[in-house]
Design a protein around this ligand. Sequence first.
Ligand code: IMP
Ligand code: MG
Length: 183
Amino acid sequence: MNFDSTEEWKSKIKRVIISEEEIKAELKKAGEMINSIYDGSPILLVSILKGAFIFMADLCREVKVPCEIDFMAAKSYFEGTESSGHVQITMDLKHDISKYHVIIIEDIIDTGRTLNELLKLLKLRNPLSIRVMTLLDKPDRRVVDLKADYSLFTIPDYFVIGYGLDYGEFYRNLPYIAEFNNE
Ligand code: IMP
Ligand code: MG
Protein backbone atom coordinates (compact mmCIF):
# COMPACT_ATOMS: atom_id res chain seq x y z
CA MET A 1 0.00 0.00 0.00
CA ASN A 2 1.27 3.43 -0.90
CA PHE A 3 -0.11 6.94 -0.55
CA ASP A 4 0.85 9.93 -2.67
CA SER A 5 -0.24 12.34 0.05
CA THR A 6 -1.70 12.61 3.52
CA GLU A 7 -4.89 13.82 1.82
CA GLU A 8 -5.15 10.55 -0.09
CA TRP A 9 -4.61 8.60 3.15
CA LYS A 10 -7.36 10.65 4.84
CA SER A 11 -9.78 10.19 1.95
CA LYS A 12 -10.07 6.47 2.76
CA ILE A 13 -11.48 7.22 6.22
CA LYS A 14 -15.17 7.20 5.34
CA ARG A 15 -16.74 8.04 8.71
CA VAL A 16 -16.18 7.48 12.38
CA ILE A 17 -18.40 4.68 13.63
CA ILE A 18 -17.12 4.46 17.23
CA SER A 19 -15.63 7.58 18.86
CA GLU A 20 -12.80 7.77 21.38
CA GLU A 21 -15.32 8.67 24.10
CA GLU A 22 -17.50 5.65 23.34
CA ILE A 23 -14.46 3.37 23.43
CA LYS A 24 -13.36 4.83 26.79
CA ALA A 25 -16.78 4.25 28.35
CA GLU A 26 -16.94 0.62 27.23
CA LEU A 27 -13.34 -0.03 28.33
CA LYS A 28 -14.29 0.89 31.89
CA LYS A 29 -17.11 -1.68 31.89
CA ALA A 30 -14.87 -4.34 30.34
CA GLY A 31 -12.24 -3.70 33.02
CA GLU A 32 -14.89 -4.08 35.71
CA MET A 33 -15.90 -7.42 34.22
CA ILE A 34 -12.32 -8.67 34.58
CA ASN A 35 -12.11 -7.31 38.13
CA SER A 36 -15.30 -9.15 39.03
CA ILE A 37 -14.09 -12.60 37.93
CA TYR A 38 -10.93 -12.37 40.01
CA ASP A 39 -11.01 -14.94 42.81
CA GLY A 40 -7.42 -14.82 44.00
CA SER A 41 -6.00 -17.09 41.32
CA PRO A 42 -3.74 -15.64 38.61
CA ILE A 43 -5.17 -13.93 35.56
CA LEU A 44 -3.27 -13.79 32.28
CA LEU A 45 -4.35 -11.34 29.60
CA VAL A 46 -3.29 -12.65 26.19
CA SER A 47 -3.31 -10.13 23.38
CA ILE A 48 -3.31 -11.29 19.78
CA LEU A 49 -0.92 -9.13 17.77
CA LYS A 50 -0.97 -6.86 16.02
CA GLY A 51 -4.60 -5.76 15.89
CA ALA A 52 -5.26 -5.91 19.64
CA PHE A 53 -2.21 -3.99 20.85
CA ILE A 54 -3.99 -0.69 21.56
CA PHE A 55 -7.06 -2.39 23.04
CA MET A 56 -4.80 -4.36 25.40
CA ALA A 57 -2.82 -1.27 26.42
CA ASP A 58 -5.95 0.70 27.31
CA LEU A 59 -7.93 -2.19 28.77
CA CYS A 60 -5.22 -3.39 31.15
CA ARG A 61 -5.18 0.06 32.77
CA GLU A 62 -8.85 -0.45 33.70
CA VAL A 63 -8.00 -3.71 35.47
CA LYS A 64 -7.64 -3.16 39.21
CA VAL A 65 -6.71 -6.69 40.32
CA PRO A 66 -3.41 -8.58 39.93
CA CYS A 67 -2.90 -9.69 36.35
CA GLU A 68 -0.07 -10.66 34.04
CA ILE A 69 0.21 -9.90 30.35
CA ASP A 70 1.46 -11.89 27.40
CA PHE A 71 1.38 -11.61 23.63
CA MET A 72 0.95 -14.00 20.81
CA ALA A 73 1.01 -13.46 17.08
CA ALA A 74 -0.75 -15.60 14.53
CA LYS A 75 -0.83 -15.54 10.79
CA SER A 76 -4.20 -16.41 9.27
CA TYR A 77 -4.18 -17.61 5.72
CA PHE A 78 -6.71 -15.92 3.51
CA GLU A 79 -8.71 -17.21 0.56
CA GLY A 80 -9.94 -14.09 -1.19
CA THR A 81 -11.12 -11.76 1.56
CA GLU A 82 -11.87 -14.46 4.15
CA SER A 83 -9.61 -16.27 6.54
CA SER A 84 -9.31 -19.97 5.69
CA GLY A 85 -9.02 -21.35 9.20
CA HIS A 86 -5.42 -22.27 8.58
CA VAL A 87 -3.52 -20.52 11.34
CA GLN A 88 0.16 -20.45 12.11
CA ILE A 89 1.55 -19.14 15.39
CA THR A 90 4.37 -16.76 14.48
CA MET A 91 5.11 -15.68 18.06
CA ASP A 92 4.19 -17.85 21.00
CA LEU A 93 3.39 -17.03 24.63
CA LYS A 94 6.16 -16.87 27.24
CA HIS A 95 3.85 -18.11 30.03
CA ASP A 96 2.93 -21.69 30.88
CA ILE A 97 -0.84 -21.11 30.85
CA SER A 98 -1.71 -24.20 32.92
CA LYS A 99 -1.47 -22.01 36.04
CA TYR A 100 -3.72 -19.20 34.82
CA HIS A 101 -7.20 -18.03 34.08
CA VAL A 102 -6.59 -16.90 30.50
CA ILE A 103 -8.48 -14.04 28.89
CA ILE A 104 -7.84 -13.68 25.17
CA ILE A 105 -7.93 -10.06 24.10
CA GLU A 106 -8.91 -9.83 20.41
CA ASP A 107 -9.49 -6.91 18.08
CA ILE A 108 -12.34 -8.33 16.02
CA ILE A 109 -14.17 -11.58 15.40
CA ASP A 110 -15.21 -11.81 11.78
CA THR A 111 -15.71 -15.32 10.36
CA GLY A 112 -14.36 -16.63 13.68
CA ARG A 113 -11.99 -19.08 12.02
CA THR A 114 -8.75 -17.59 13.35
CA LEU A 115 -9.85 -17.47 16.96
CA ASN A 116 -11.48 -20.88 16.73
CA GLU A 117 -8.13 -22.42 15.76
CA LEU A 118 -6.22 -20.47 18.42
CA LEU A 119 -8.67 -21.54 21.11
CA LYS A 120 -8.22 -25.19 20.14
CA LEU A 121 -4.45 -24.84 20.43
CA LEU A 122 -4.55 -23.02 23.77
CA LYS A 123 -7.07 -25.43 25.33
CA LEU A 124 -4.60 -28.26 24.71
CA ARG A 125 -2.30 -26.49 27.18
CA ASN A 126 -4.87 -26.90 29.98
CA PRO A 127 -5.39 -23.38 31.32
CA LEU A 128 -7.44 -23.11 34.56
CA SER A 129 -10.07 -21.43 32.38
CA ILE A 130 -10.15 -19.59 29.09
CA ARG A 131 -12.37 -16.69 28.05
CA VAL A 132 -12.52 -14.44 25.01
CA MET A 133 -12.93 -10.68 25.15
CA THR A 134 -13.21 -8.89 21.83
CA LEU A 135 -13.33 -5.20 21.04
CA LEU A 136 -15.53 -5.73 17.98
CA ASP A 137 -17.86 -8.47 16.86
CA LYS A 138 -19.27 -8.88 13.34
CA PRO A 139 -21.75 -11.72 13.98
CA ASP A 140 -23.27 -11.51 10.47
CA ARG A 141 -20.03 -12.82 9.01
CA ARG A 142 -19.60 -15.83 11.31
CA VAL A 143 -18.98 -19.23 9.67
CA VAL A 144 -17.97 -21.20 12.76
CA ASP A 145 -19.91 -21.53 15.99
CA LEU A 146 -17.97 -19.16 18.18
CA LYS A 147 -19.20 -16.55 20.60
CA ALA A 148 -17.05 -14.16 22.61
CA ASP A 149 -17.61 -14.22 26.37
CA TYR A 150 -17.51 -10.45 26.27
CA SER A 151 -17.75 -8.09 23.33
CA LEU A 152 -17.48 -4.30 23.65
CA PHE A 153 -19.21 -3.43 20.35
CA THR A 154 -21.25 -5.34 17.81
CA ILE A 155 -20.97 -3.91 14.30
CA PRO A 156 -22.56 -4.61 10.91
CA ASP A 157 -20.56 -6.04 8.05
CA TYR A 158 -18.29 -3.03 7.41
CA PHE A 159 -14.56 -3.17 6.93
CA VAL A 160 -13.27 -1.07 9.80
CA ILE A 161 -9.96 0.60 10.58
CA GLY A 162 -8.35 2.36 13.51
CA TYR A 163 -7.66 1.73 17.20
CA GLY A 164 -5.24 -1.05 16.21
CA LEU A 165 -7.10 -2.38 13.17
CA ASP A 166 -5.46 -1.96 9.81
CA TYR A 167 -5.98 -1.86 6.10
CA GLY A 168 -2.74 -2.96 4.46
CA GLU A 169 -0.90 -2.18 7.73
CA PHE A 170 -2.07 1.45 7.75
CA TYR A 171 -4.57 3.27 9.97
CA ARG A 172 -3.77 1.38 13.20
CA ASN A 173 -2.88 4.74 14.75
CA LEU A 174 -6.35 6.32 14.45
CA PRO A 175 -7.71 6.90 17.97
CA TYR A 176 -11.26 5.95 16.89
CA ILE A 177 -12.86 3.21 14.79
CA ALA A 178 -13.88 4.21 11.29
CA GLU A 179 -15.43 2.66 8.25
CA PHE A 180 -12.91 2.14 5.46
CA ASN A 181 -13.73 3.76 2.14
CA ASN A 182 -13.15 1.07 -0.44
CA GLU A 183 -13.60 3.27 -3.52
P1 IMP B 1 -11.58 -14.27 11.16
O1 IMP B 1 -10.76 -15.50 11.18
O2 IMP B 1 -12.39 -14.13 9.90
O3 IMP B 1 -12.44 -14.07 12.37
O4 IMP B 1 -10.53 -13.09 11.00
C1 IMP B 1 -10.22 -12.27 12.00
C2 IMP B 1 -9.07 -11.36 11.61
O5 IMP B 1 -9.28 -10.70 10.34
C3 IMP B 1 -9.05 -10.25 12.63
O6 IMP B 1 -8.28 -10.59 13.76
C4 IMP B 1 -8.51 -9.08 11.84
O7 IMP B 1 -7.10 -9.11 11.87
C5 IMP B 1 -8.99 -9.31 10.43
N1 IMP B 1 -10.23 -8.53 10.16
C6 IMP B 1 -11.48 -8.99 10.02
N2 IMP B 1 -12.36 -7.99 9.80
C7 IMP B 1 -11.63 -6.84 9.81
C8 IMP B 1 -11.98 -5.44 9.64
O8 IMP B 1 -13.15 -5.03 9.45
N3 IMP B 1 -10.94 -4.57 9.72
C9 IMP B 1 -9.65 -4.96 9.93
N4 IMP B 1 -9.29 -6.24 10.10
C10 IMP B 1 -10.27 -7.18 10.03
MG1 MG C 1 -6.52 -10.05 14.79
